[in-house]
Design a protein around this ligand. Structure first.
Ligand SMILES: Cc1cc2nc3c(=O)[nH]c(=O)nc-3n(C[C@H](O)[C@H](O)[C@H](O)COP(=O)(O)OP(=O)(O)OC[C@H]3O[C@@H](n4cnc5c(N)ncnc54)[C@H](O)[C@@H]3O)c2cc1C
Length: 390
C-alpha cells in the first residue's frame, strides 16, 4: 500500500492497521461469506478489540475519538477487504451511535454508548419502510402515548445489521392520526431488540453485500418506556437526516475501498494476461482506461477527505457530504464495471474477484439516499447559498 502523505503519521498507522486486518482476516473469508450469505460474525469481536466500533465516539464513552478523516481512511481499507463488513461498521459508527451522542440525554449516552463503543452491542438504523424510501417523511409506523411511555406498531424495511443488532434507532410517527405533520410528526426511539413485540422478519436475498444482513422488522404492540425517546418527540426525522451527513461519508469510504480493490486487480491482471503476443497492459486503449480509473479513484478520495476535514473542523455540511457520496459511489460503479471489461470474459465469472466488487458497488448509489437525492440536496444547497447572498 502506498503511503498517503496527506495523512498524519498517526492517521497513516491506523490506516495500515486496518489494511493489515483486511488482508489477513477479511479477504480470505469474503468469497465464502458472499456465496453463503453468511453474516461475518466471527470478525466482529476482532474489530471490537481494535476499537473499530467506537472510532467516532469520545473517550469518556470508551470510544477512540479519532475524528472523521481517520475513521474514513480506516473504513476504506476495511471495505477494500470486504464491503459488507464496511457497511456493518459504517451504520453502527455513523448512525445510531452518533444520534445518541448528539441528541440523547446524558443518561441515555451513559447507558448505551460505552457498550456500543466496545462492540458489546451492535447498532442499527430503521427509517425506510415499504412505501417510504426517498420520501422518508411519509413513513407510517407509529408510536402512541401509553401513560408516560409509548406503544409502537408498524414495519420497517431493509434494516442493515438487522438480526445481528442489539439496539435500533427507530423513526416512527408520533403525530395524531387526524393531524399528520409530515416531517415534523416523527420521533426517534432507542429500541433494544429483546423488547417484547419486536420481531425480525424476512432476510433479503441481495445482489451484492451478501454478508451484510438486511432484514425487515415489525413492531407489534411494542411497549417502550419514556427513556426510549430520543430528544423531542417531533424531531426524530430531523435527527435521522442530520446523522446521514456522517453516514453518507461512510458510504463514500466504502465505495472508494471497493473501487481501489477493483483498480488493483485490474492493473495486476493487465500485466499478466497476454493477447496478440504481448501483455494487454501494453495496449494503449487499455492503459488509458487504467489511467482514468486511477484518476477517478484518487479524485473520489480527495473529495471525501475534504468533506471529512470539514467535519473534523466543525464545518460540517450536507452539501460536501452528498457530493462525496455521489462522486465516490458513481466512481465505484464505473471503475468496477471497467475492471470487468479489462478481465474480459473472466471478469464475468465468479472465479475472479471483480464481479463481486461490481455487485457490491451498486448499492452505494442507492442506500442512505440515492444519487438522484444527493443531486437534489446539492442543488438545494446551491440555491440556498445564492439566496443567502441576496
Ligand atoms: C442493501 C440495503 C440496505 C439498506 N439499509 C437500510 C438501513 O439500514 N436503514 C434504512 O432505514 N434503510 C435502509 N435501506 C433503504 C434505502 O435507504 C432506500 O432503499 C433508499 O433510500 C431509496 O428508497 P427506495 O428504495 O424506496 O426507492 P424510491 O424512493 O422508491 O426511489 C425509486 C427511484 O425514484 C427516484 N426518486 C425518488 N424520489 C425522487 C425525487 N424527488 N427526484 C428524483 N428522483 C427521485 C430514486 O432516486 C430512485 O431512482 C437499505 C437499502 C438497501 C438496498
Amino acid at each position: 500500500m502506498n503511503r498517503d502523505f496527506t495523512l498524519t503519521e498517526e492517521q497513516e498507522q491506523i490506516r495500515e492497521l486496518a489494511r493489515d486486518f483486511a488482508e489477513r482476516e477479511l479477504r480470505p473469508r469474503a468469497v465464502e461469506w458472499d456465496e453463503k450469505q453468511a453474516f461475518h460474525s466471527e470478525v466482529m469481536p476482532m474489530l471490537a478489540e481494535l476499537g473499530f466500533l467506537g472510532m467516532l465516539l469520545p473517550e469518556e464513552y470508551d470510544g477512540l475519538d479519532l475524528g472523521m478523516l481517520t475513521y474514513l481512511a480506516a473504513l476504506e481499507q476495511i471495505s477494500w477487504g470486504d464491503a459488507s463488513v464496511a457497511i456493518t461498521l459504517s451504520v453502527h459508527n455513523s448512525l445510531p451511535t452518533q444520534m445518541i451522542l448528539k441528541y440523547g440525554s446524558e443518561e441515555q449516552r451513559r447507558k448505551w454508548l460505552p457498550a456500543m463503543a466496545r462492540g458489546e452491542l451492535l447498532g442499527a438504523f430503521a427509517l425506510s419502510e415499504a412505501g417510504a424510501g426517498s420520501d422518508a417523511a411519509s413513513l407510517k409506523a407509529r408510536a402512541e402515548r401509553d401513560g408516560d411511555g409509548w406503544v409502537v406498531n408498524g414495519e420497517k424495511m431493509w434494516v442493515t445489521n438487522g438480526s445481528a443488532a442489539n439496539v435500533l434507532l427507530v423513526m416512527v410517527r408520533t403525530d395524531a392520526p387526524g393531524e399528520r405533520r409530515g416531517a415534523h410528526g416523527i420521533g426517534a426511539f432507542i429500541v433494544p431488540t429483546d423488547t417484547p413485540g419486536y420481531e425480525v422478519g424476512k432476510k433479503e436475498d441481495k445482489t451484492g453485500l451478501r454478508s451484510s444482513e438486511t432484514v425487515s422488522v415489525a413492531f407489534n404492540d411494542m411497549r417502550l418506556g419514556p427513556e426510549a425517546l430520543l430528544g423531542e418527540p417531533d424531531k426524530g426525522l430531523i435527527y435521522a437526516l442530520s446523522s446521514l451527513e456522517g453516514g453518507r461519508m461512510g458510504v463514500g469510504a466504502q465505495a472508494v475501498g471497493i473501487a481501489q480493490a477493483a483498480l488493483e486487480h485490474a492493473v495486476a491482471y493487465a500485466g499478466e494476461r497476454e493477447q496478440f503476443g504481448q501483455p494487454i497492459k501494453d495496449f494503449e486503449g487499455l492503459a488509458f482506461k487504467l489511467a482514468d480509473m486511477a484518476t477517478r479513484v484518487e479524485a473520489s478520495r480527495g473529495l471525501l477527505h475534504k468533506a471529512a476535514r470539514a467535519w473534523d473542523g466543525g464545518q460540517a455540511g450536507m452539501k460536501l457530504s452528498s457530493m462525496a457520496k455521489l462522486f465516490c459511489s458513481e466512481t465505484a460503479v464505473w471503475v468496477t464495471s471497467q475492471a470487468i471489461n479489462i478481465f474480459g470474459g473472466y471478469g464475468f465469472m465468479r472465479d475472479y474477484p471483480v464481479e463481486k466488487l461490481f455487485r457490491d458497488a451498486k448499492v452505494t448509489e442507492i442506500y442512505e439516499g440515492t444519487s438522484e437525492i444527493q443531486r437534489l440536496v446539492i442543488a438545494r444547497s446551491l440555491y440556498e447559498e445564492r439566496a443567502a447572498k441576496g
